[in-house]
Design a protein around this ligand. Sequence first.
Ligand SMILES: *[C@@H]1O[C@H](CO)[C@@H](O)[C@H](O)[C@H]1NC(C)=O
Ligand SMILES: *[C@@H]1O[C@H](CO)[C@@H](O)[C@H](O)[C@H]1NC(C)=O
Ligand SMILES: *[C@@H]1O[C@H](CO)[C@@H](O)[C@H](O)[C@H]1NC(C)=O
Ligand SMILES: *[C@@H]1O[C@H](CO)[C@@H](O)[C@H](O)[C@H]1NC(C)=O
Ligand SMILES: *[C@@H]1O[C@H](CO)[C@@H](O)[C@H](O)[C@H]1NC(C)=O
Ligand SMILES: *[C@@H]1O[C@H](CO)[C@@H](O)[C@H](O)[C@H]1NC(C)=O
Ligand SMILES: *[C@@H]1O[C@H](CO)[C@@H](O)[C@H](O)[C@H]1NC(C)=O
Ligand SMILES: *[C@@H]1O[C@H](CO)[C@@H](O)[C@H](O)[C@H]1NC(C)=O
Ligand SMILES: *[C@@H]1O[C@H](CO)[C@@H](O)[C@H](O)[C@H]1NC(C)=O
Ligand SMILES: *[C@@H]1O[C@H](CO)[C@@H](O)[C@H](O)[C@H]1NC(C)=O
Ligand SMILES: *[C@@H]1O[C@H](CO)[C@@H](O)[C@H](O)[C@H]1NC(C)=O
Ligand SMILES: *[C@@H]1O[C@H](CO)[C@@H](O)[C@H](O)[C@H]1NC(C)=O
Length: 837
Amino acid sequence: MEKLRHQHLLFTLLLVYSSNLLLASGYTLPTQYFINSGSSSNATVNRRNFVGDVNSGSSYFSVRPSDDLKDGNPENGTSPLYQTARIFRNESWYEFRITENGTYVVRFHFYPFLTPTNLTDALFNVSVTGYSLLSNFRVQNRSNSPVIKEFAIPIIVGNFTILFTPQKSSFAFVNAVEAFLAPEKFVSSTSRYITAAGSGGNYSGFESRALHIIHRINVGGPTIPPNNDTLWRSWTPDDDYLLLPGSAKNSEASNNTPNYDSSEATNYSAPVDVYKTAKELNRSYSSSSSFFNVTWGFRVNKNSTYFVRVHFCDIISRQDGDGIVFNFSIYSRFIEIIYSYGPTTKIGTAFYKDYVVYSDDSSLMNISIGPRSESPNKTAFLNGLEIMELITRESGSLPAPSKPKKNLIFVIVGSVVGVLACLLILLGVIFKCRKANSDESGEWSVPLYGGRYFSWITDRTSDNSVVSSLNLGLKIPLSEILYATHRFDKKLMLGEGGFGKVYRGTLRDGKKVAVKRSQPGQGQGLYEFQTEIVVLTKIRHRHLVSLIGYCDERREMILVYEFMENGTLQDLLYDSNEDCSTSSPRSELSWEQRLEICIASAMGLDYLHSGAKIIHRDIKSTNILLDENYVAKVADFGLSKSGEADQTHISTEVKGSFGYLDPEYFGCMQLTEKSDVYSFGVVLLEVLCCRPAIKRSVPREEMNLAEWAISWQKKGELEKIVDPFLVGKINPNSLRKFGETAEKCLRETGADRPTMREVVWDLRYVLDLQLARVPREGYADSITDGSFDYLPLSGVPYVSSPSFLLIEEDEVPIEGDDGSEETASEVLSQQGISGAR
Ligand SMILES: *[C@@H]1O[C@H](CO)[C@@H](O)[C@H](O)[C@H]1NC(C)=O
Ligand SMILES: *[C@@H]1O[C@H](CO)[C@@H](O)[C@H](O)[C@H]1NC(C)=O
Ligand SMILES: *[C@@H]1O[C@H](CO)[C@@H](O)[C@H](O)[C@H]1NC(C)=O
Ligand SMILES: *[C@@H]1O[C@H](CO)[C@@H](O)[C@H](O)[C@H]1NC(C)=O
Ligand SMILES: *[C@@H]1O[C@H](CO)[C@@H](O)[C@H](O)[C@H]1NC(C)=O
Ligand SMILES: *[C@@H]1O[C@H](CO)[C@@H](O)[C@H](O)[C@H]1NC(C)=O
Ligand SMILES: *[C@@H]1O[C@H](CO)[C@@H](O)[C@H](O)[C@H]1NC(C)=O
Ligand SMILES: *[C@@H]1O[C@H](CO)[C@@H](O)[C@H](O)[C@H]1NC(C)=O
Ligand SMILES: *[C@@H]1O[C@H](CO)[C@@H](O)[C@H](O)[C@H]1NC(C)=O
Ligand SMILES: *[C@@H]1O[C@H](CO)[C@@H](O)[C@H](O)[C@H]1NC(C)=O
Ligand SMILES: *[C@@H]1O[C@H](CO)[C@@H](O)[C@H](O)[C@H]1NC(C)=O
Ligand SMILES: *[C@@H]1O[C@H](CO)[C@@H](O)[C@H](O)[C@H]1NC(C)=O
């Protein structure tokens, strides 16, 4: 008992340290019942105290006509559990008090020892509330080992009844009963759904299913008795199921026993003994080809659904090797590529994969592994396998036990150690807070350019279940991402930031993508991850980077975007460590090109504000990306905030990047769309001056780009600080208008700043001035006051002008500030441009 508690303590601690959702999960010491049926004495078997159910005053058990039986002549060495049995000659039940919802492991031990009552004559049904577990069950043969039937049953708080119903003129019996709360993840919540015809999406709905354990296989290893398993499971060898016996050979971990990583398998998933042995492709089996499959076949019922859990641990590769990539398949039509170690875990880490398999018309479930040609080590392996049949809930068809008024009932109260549980929760809270604090201070102490404030977020809008409730069509399997990025090959890395790393990749269908992978435990948190998915699935716009999918398998937080060939605006402008006034510019973007980029990103932002009612909150030059045609798109919605109802938000935390932060937002914690306008103003100056928002290698007054440039703008001498590359190339009117636009964006008070729509208009005018499409020199009225008469220079073909092309294809409806619906072309016609479409 003591040992059991100790283990659960360990398990709970594991959960505490590995889970952000700690308080939601609330796993405490499990409720547990172990019953030595038909005995008046307790039996301690493998660290469990099986309480005798005869004359015991401390357990629930209804005694309808039932006899206890003793084996008068137990064989030498027979476990005390199998020396007694309880016999039911009429409908009878055990009743347990359940105090915690969850999946319970329920086991029945049947051992027909020799007695005057021939126990192999027993024929009966066993059911629990809602589920029929055993029908017309009979233990046919007397053997030296008991028959153990194991189930995993979802049980809700209350009285839990196990009903034994003998067939007419027969009886039921049982030697021992176990029921205890299973650890979390004992059964997964969703799994790939596979039929004999192939893969068919995802399966969820385990809450209303019980599982009957059919096979539990220690592949490549010996029988593991209950004593050697963390949850008293039995594992049997695989050899009897191997279709071609010579095709695979056993291998055993030589030195390091498998590692458990809290994000993968734990020793409750399967014990070390399972993971440290495996069957491996026997390459000397076939002389003709080294590409053959190893297949196991398991008898299953037709038209039944099975939960299949497959255990892997690479005990074959060298620790410094490249691991193994191989095929795993069920029913040969479904193939999954298995990487022998995960992106965050090293070789030798235990992990498992879950599937739900429908047997269809097949009575043999085939499970195969096979090598892949791209794998450095062309082999394949398997460590363990569990197959469980899903039992569907029968609504109302089961007879409730007909309870007589006065019955002899006794109770086993589950030994839930409440104090310990509280202590653990407390520990968890302290741990969580400490973690949050350290992250915070970490961010504050290095407030570098591009760094973020408070990336550890517990926001009132945070909802841990967001990802699971999302459109699963966007979910991309980790194996596909590993394929696309060559297992996060460093050579494919595009960049690295506070959030983690970005890789370029190519999906199997040839599509180029950017893969943003959050570093576990740092940078972008779960909240940002979820926000970004939610935001990006809601919006689509030509000037917003679109999300192709995401992956949250194995605690990864990976976002997959369309690939933007030409990288970030910042990279195009200057080296982020230097700037182009001190070194040669990386790229020589013309003023016109720069204006196109500004207009496009302003349009993206305008759609975000007026169309989607979203505040981006982290506008900066590294969040503006360019595709192969240098068309700009706004990216990174991790901090964005939806403003559905009200226009302003009082936020408890300031989020954003140094140098771009709206002083009003910073000061009053008041977040509006105008905060984005401010940040965008900084980007405009960056584009003009070709230097970072915060620069450290310069005198104090020059450090902050916004302050410095605005002071020059106010002196009317902005041209003195423009990018040297642009000197002499900017039309003075264009520059003046641009300076005014930036200055308006950077006004102290949000209310004084223009909307993004107005910024778009102003910037278009700046471009027109540059292209000399406006006749009068020095014309400086804002086009946003409505009085501006848009007069084209004769001879300049409007439709072919670059700025025009940007708008032309833009069909996304945007809402006017007065709430009226406008389309991009209507906006154009307001400006006097006809024939926009
Ligand atoms: C059996 O174990 C239960 C629960 O631990 C205990 O209450 C009871 O006294 C024990 N009975 C015997 C006969 O030791
Ligand atoms: C069981 O058998 C062994 C030898 O086979 C013997 O030494 C032992 O005393 C026996 N135990 C019982 C309980 O009969
Ligand atoms: C079994 O239960 C039924 C219904 O509850 C009752 O009519 C019958 O007498 C019982 N049989 C015995 C042997 O107690
Ligand atoms: C017990 O019953 C089974 C089948 O009903 C029969 O084969 C077996 O001989 C019986 N054993 C005894 C000891 O009566
Ligand atoms: C029981 O024994 C019979 C014959 O002795 C055999 O045919 C049958 O397969 C056995 N059943 C099991 C479940 O071992
Ligand atoms: C257990 O589950 C039921 C039904 O889902 C729910 O009503 C109840 O609040 C849960 N109880 C606990 C203690 O979680
Ligand atoms: C559970 O069983 C206990 C003891 O028999 C009883 O007092 C209680 O009313 C039962 N609760 C329910 C919900 O049946
Ligand atoms: C046992 O279960 C089978 C199949 O569900 C059913 O047909 C039979 O009537 C049940 N027997 C009793 C005694 O309830
Ligand atoms: C079970 O565990 C014991 C002690 O830990 C060990 O001696 C024994 O070899 C193990 N048996 C198996 C089959 O692993
Ligand atoms: C399985 O389902 C198919 C179609 O639903 C049916 O034709 C077949 O008889 C079923 N087989 C069994 C063994 O129930
Ligand atoms: C490749 O596999 C063999 C066993 O099949 C193993 O001995 C060897 O260490 C592996 N090589 C690497 C580089 O992991
Ligand atoms: C191995 O299995 C896969 C998947 O079932 C199959 O596509 C492939 O043809 C098989 N290879 C051989 C050599 O049988």
